[in-house]
Design a protein. Structure first.
Length: 375
């Protein structure tokens, strides 16, 4: 017998959070998240996402044993921005049993429809500004920091229920032989100098001593640069501060780079050390030795995720992205990183894709956002 129940108390909330440890036991590629972070992100009192949105969590049981989970999500900022009637699902996990997954999807669909929405989109955890997308190709390696991972059978479960592809998100791989290619670096250097001179472009790294104001600059650029992108939802000031606080300990300042055109903010790029290399070793817990492993392991991380590269619309034809790539590769080389992932890139973002491929990067993982009509 299969039952699905709403999470109503802290005991069930912890069961919801810890279920993946049971489902992924023995999987060499799964990266356990920090339990502390997951609790914080799902806490309406701590995460400012809940100021404009609503989430209900559900657990599935089969024959009295936990068998799956799902979140149903109402994101008012998305619907106000896009003028649509979409609800969302996220945090989906399930045993390899279609009856279980069907009941979870049905529960989320009913919840979303009950809010007056006519379609459901996901997975998003809990929005496109967070971890999102289902891994559909590239199951032979661990995800990098803040990217998702799931068993292959999830693809069939979602599609068999009637979800259809909304958009694919690509992860590009840049190996060490590319970023340490002297000939390519020399070419990029010449190109970058021409681009800078032609458009009066200057670059500088983040000032961690003025982080509050730097975060405001990033917020303004981000919400301008991405406003026309598929699935974009503006991030509020409170959400930006929440995110900045979460990433402060992880950021390598040399890899947060701003660009200005004639002295005016034009864009920024952010690459993060692949913190998953540490998370794999601490099994979701900061105590008793998690903090120590973080402190000692941070300097040993040798891979990057280029997570954000945004330019304001009025400057997007000035090839600032090429300048960003050069500056990021140079900083990465100086700081001992040997490879990088660029993610995620929308499948129809051809300028970004072409630039990545000219660098010698290739698609090695594909993630998918699904949608289903509820009419």
């Amino acid at each position: 017998m299969i039952k699905v129940r709403k999470v109503e108390n802290e005991t069930d909330r912890m069961k919801f959070i810890k279920l993946p440890w049971e489902l992924y036991k023995g999987d060499p590629f799964w990266v356990p998240p920090l339990i502390f972070d997951v609790r914080k992100n799902l806490d309406p009192k701590k995460n400012p996402f809940f100021k404009h949105s609503e989430i209900d969590l559900f657990l599935a049981e089969k024959d009295g044993k936990l068998a799956g989970r799902i979140a149903a999500i109402k994101n008012d900022n998305h619907n106000n921005f896009h003028k649509d009637k979409a609800g969302f699902f996220g945090f989906f996990e399930s045993i390899d049993d279609e009856d279980v997954s069907d009941m979870l999807f049905e529960t989320a669909c009913d919840w979303v429809k009950g809010k007056g929405f006519d379609e459901i989109i996901g997975p998003v955890n809990p929005s496109t500004n967070d971890e999102c997308g289902l891994l559909v190709d590239g199951f032979d390696s661990s995800p990098v920091f803040l990217m998702t991972y799931n068993p292959r059978h999830y693809v069939q479960k979602i599609e068999n229920f009637g979800f259809e592809k909304a958009k694919d998100l690509f992860a590009y791989y840049i190996p060490s032989e590319v970023i340490k290619n002297d000939k390519m670096m020399a070419k990029l250097e010449r190109m970058s100098e021409l681009i800078k001179k032609r458009s009066d472009i200057t670059t500088h790294i983040v000032n961690m001593k003025d982080l509050k104001n730097e975060v405001r600059r990033i917020e303004e650029i981000y919400n301008s640069a991405w406003e026309s992108n598929w699935g974009f939802v503006p991030i509020t000031t409170d959400e930006f501060d929440f995110l900045a606080e979460s990433l402060k300990m992880i950021v390598d300042p040399d890899l947060v780079i701003f660009a200005e055109v004639a002295g005016k903010p034009a864009g920024f790029t952010l690459a993060l050390p692949d913190f998953n290399q540490i998370l794999k070793k601490i099994n979701g817990r900061l105590l008793p030795f998690g903090f120590l492993k973080i402190l000692t392991g941070k300097k040993k991380i040798d891979f990057l995720r280029v997570i954000i590269m945004g330019v304001k619309p009025e400057y997007q034809k000035k090839a600032i992205d090429s300048v960003f790539y050069l500056e990021t590769i140079k900083a990465g080389n100086r700081n001992g990183y040997t490879g990088a992932e660029i993610s995620w890139v929308l499948e129809d973002n051809m300028p970004m894709r072409m630039t990545a491929e000219k660098l010698g990067a290739w698609i090695y993982k594909t993630y998918r956002i699904y949608r289903k009509s509820l009419i």
